[in-house]
Structures are given as C-alpha cells and as structure tokens.
Design a binder for this molecule. Structure first.
Ligand SMILES: Cc1ncc(COP(=O)(O)O)c(C=O)c1O
Length: 391
C-alpha cells in the first residue's frame, strides 16, 4: 500500500470556532474559575441524564476520589470493579486505603461479566464500579440487582459513555422516571466524546451525597467562590470536613457547554466511522472485532478496539506506526499492574478472559474529524499487516 504522508493520530478533539468564542467570552467576563458556566454545564448534564444532581469536577478521577470519600470507603473495605478498566479507579480505591477486587470481562464485548461481579461481592464490599467500556453500557440490571441484595451502591464509570444508553436509559439515568438511579462519573479528558481540556462530572440522586460532593470538591467549603464573592454573597465560610481542590473552572466549563450542544452530531459521526470499520475489517483473519452486547443499547463509540489474535499486538502497533497510523492500548489489565500484584496479591491466571483480551487489544483511530477514507486506509493497513505476517 502507499503510505500516507501525514500521521493519523488515535484521537483528536473536535474543537472549533464556537469553543474558541466561548473561551474568549469567559476570559472577557471577568470570572474564569467556577461560576455561572459550571452551573450551566451542570444544568445541561442534569437534563442529559435525568439525574437530579450533577457536580462538575476537575477530572473523572477527582470525581471517583470524592465519591469514594463521601461514601466513607476506607481501610478494610473492598470495591468490586473490572480489571479491564483504566487504572484511575483502582488507584483511587487504593489511595483510600481500601482494596480493589477484580471481576472478569467478556472477551468479545470487553464488558464486565455481571455474574462474576456478583460473585466477588463479600460482606466487606462497600461499592461496585462497573465500566461502560469503550462506550457500550455495562449490563446494569443484574449488576444493580446484585448490589441491591448486598446493600451497596453502584458507581457507573461512565468516562466513555456520554450519550450512551442502556435499555433506553442514559448512562447515569434513572431506571424509570422519578426512581433513583446510580451514582455516575463522566470524563471530559481530550480523548473523550466531549472534552473541556480536562474535567469530569458526577451525577447522583441523593441530596446529602450531592452536598458532600460539592463540599469535598472545594476544600470542604460548602459555598464556592462564586457564591461568596458574587453579588449578594457573604465572604464567611466554615469547614466541617477538610476537602480537596477538585473544582472545574468556568474556562473549561464554557468549552463543555458548547461541546454538549454538539454531542449528538459528534457521536453520530463516531457511529458512522465505527460502522465503516466493522464493514472494512469483517472477515480479516486474526482480527477479532468488538462484539455488541446482547441487550438493547446505544453505543457512544468512544473507542474502536480490535483484538489481534495472529499478529502479536505490539508488532501490530509498530507496523501501524510504520504506516503512519496511531494506535492505543485500552487497557493493560489492572490486576497485573505491579503495585496491585504487590499490595493486593493479584496474579496472572486470576482472570483468564481479561488476560487473553489484554494481550491482544489495540485501539484504532476514532475521532469525529476523521474521514471515511482515513478509516479505509487503517483497514487496508491492518489487512496488509495480517497478510504479510501470514507469508
Ligand atoms: C474507564 C475510565 N475511567 C476513568 C477515567 C479517568 O478519567 P479522567 O482522565 O477524566 O480522570 C478514564 C480516563 O481515561 C477511563 O478511561
């Protein structure tokens, strides 16, 4: 094949003139830290998910941290989560002094196996964190049933899942109107379906939990600077519990508000690109395509992850790089990370499906600014690499 002259990255944020204008307007407004734009983004999120509370934070990681803190999770406690996820979750559980317990994923869909997650719940379990992996929702009904039986909360890791839905319910949404849903954590990192540069959002249903989260994200002060220094505010504050500095700024939120307005179009474009990949790679020997979960869902197509079963994965990544194509690894299984093995006694062989997938997965470029020709180029590159290896 003829190698393209320019490098096709794994991802590139879809930012344009509207985002630039929103940032400039915020800069000129005289208020750039948490204020009206953060409130607007939280309002948009309440509307998009149906959750009564949305708390903007500096990252999904920060959100996970304050959720675990607000739930009082600490030493002696366990949190069940898939090993096939980003290490951020496991880090936050460990940093709270609690222990991660790992559930198996399905090789085809890479989603957590609900039966295994349920089986890993013990009297020490204080929460379960399923992940809407790559943008397809986890099978929430059996997960929620198992968590309800154990009396522990479900925290949806919805970092990949803005715009995804499970049986008609958006990620973080209520199971039926007026009924409380799960706690959910979203990410606005630049690779994600919408971005604010860095940022995140926690949605929840419990008024007290939301108040704790608002306090913990900002020093333990219940009223942020906007409320203290805005018109009619009072500069006094008290701290009942020390908190973190995890607030999102208005500069970031201004970008997020514009991005949320484009979400349907951005995810629509991702869906088109994913469809093209599925058609272009179907039947390629040694490439296992992402399988669709069997329940009704809308996929946000955050990542397009294939498994390279014949060509060694790192060779595939290197051969793609030679052809000017970027690739990603989402994710090295968490139970095999050095600190997790050392601290929690996890080891090779614990999770066979996760480990088999973990050796083979790679993420191909997928971002709204790609062309269908770009997808065709990547598919041709993959086919060529596979057939050269067969010779
Ligand atoms: C599954 C998952 N959870 C959590 C995070 C953390 O998100 P953030 O970078 O916003 O902290 C990520 C980020 O890549 C992720 O992929």
């Amino acid at each position: 094949m003829k190698i393209r002259p320019d490098f096709l990255p794994l991802s590139r944020p879809a930012l344009g003139a509207e985002e630039e204008a929103a940032v400039v307007a915020c800069l000129r407004s005289g208020w750039i830290t948490s204020g009206p734009k953060v409130q607007e983004l939280e309002r948009v999120f309440r509307g998009a998910t149906g959750a009564p509370h949305a708390v903007a934070v500096a990252s999904a990681t920060a959100g996970l941290h304050i959720v675990l803190a607000a739930l009082g999770i600490g030493p002696g406690d366990e949190v069940v989560t898939p090993s096939m996820t980003f290490a951020s979750t496991v880090n936050q559980v460990a940093l709270r002094g609690a222990a991660p317990v790992f559930a198996e994923c399905d090789y085809g869909t890479l989603q957590v196996v609900p039966g295994d997650l349920a089986a890993k719940i013990t009297p020490r379990t204080k929460a379960v964190i399923p992940v809407h992996f790559a943008g397809a929702p986890a099978d929430l009904d059996p997960i929620r049933a198992a968590a309800d039986r154990a009396g522990v909360p479900v925290i949806e890791d919805a970092a990949h899942a803005i715009g995804a839905s499970y049986k008609g319910i958006p990620a973080g949404g209520p199971p039926s109107p007026g009924k409380p849903g799960n706690i959910a954590v979203f990410s606005f990192h630049p690779i994600k379906n919408i971005t604010t540069g860095e940022g995140g959002m926690v949605t929840c249903y419990d008024d007290d939990l939301a108040a704790r989260l608002r306090s913990l994200r900002f020093h333990g002060i219940e009223r942020d600077a906007w409320k203290r220094y805005g018109k009619g505010g009072t500069p006094h504050y008290d701290i009942r519990e020390p908190g973190y500095k995890y607030n999102l700024t208005d500069l970031h939120a201004a970008v997020g508000v514009v991005q949320m307005g484009k979400l349907a179009a951005l995810n629509g474009r991702r869906a088109e690109l994913a469809k093209r990949y599925l058609a272009g790679l179907r039947g390629v020997a040694g490439i296992d395509l992402p399988e669709e979960p069997p329940y009704p869902h809308v996929h946000s197509r955050h990542l397009f992850i294939v498994k390279s079963a014949r060509v060694e994965r790192d060779e595939m990544i290197a051969a793609l790089a030679e052809r000017n194509v970027g690739a990603g690894l989402h994710f090295p299984p968490c139970h095999l990370l050095s600190f997790v093995r050392e601290r929690f006694g996890a080891k090779e062989g614990d999770l066979p499906q996760t480990e088999r997938a973990g050796k083979r997965i790679l993420s191909l470029p997928l971002f709204p600014g790609m062309s269908l020709d770009d997808v065709d180029y990547v598919c041709e590159a993959v086919r060529e690499i596979v057939s050269e290896a067969a010779r």
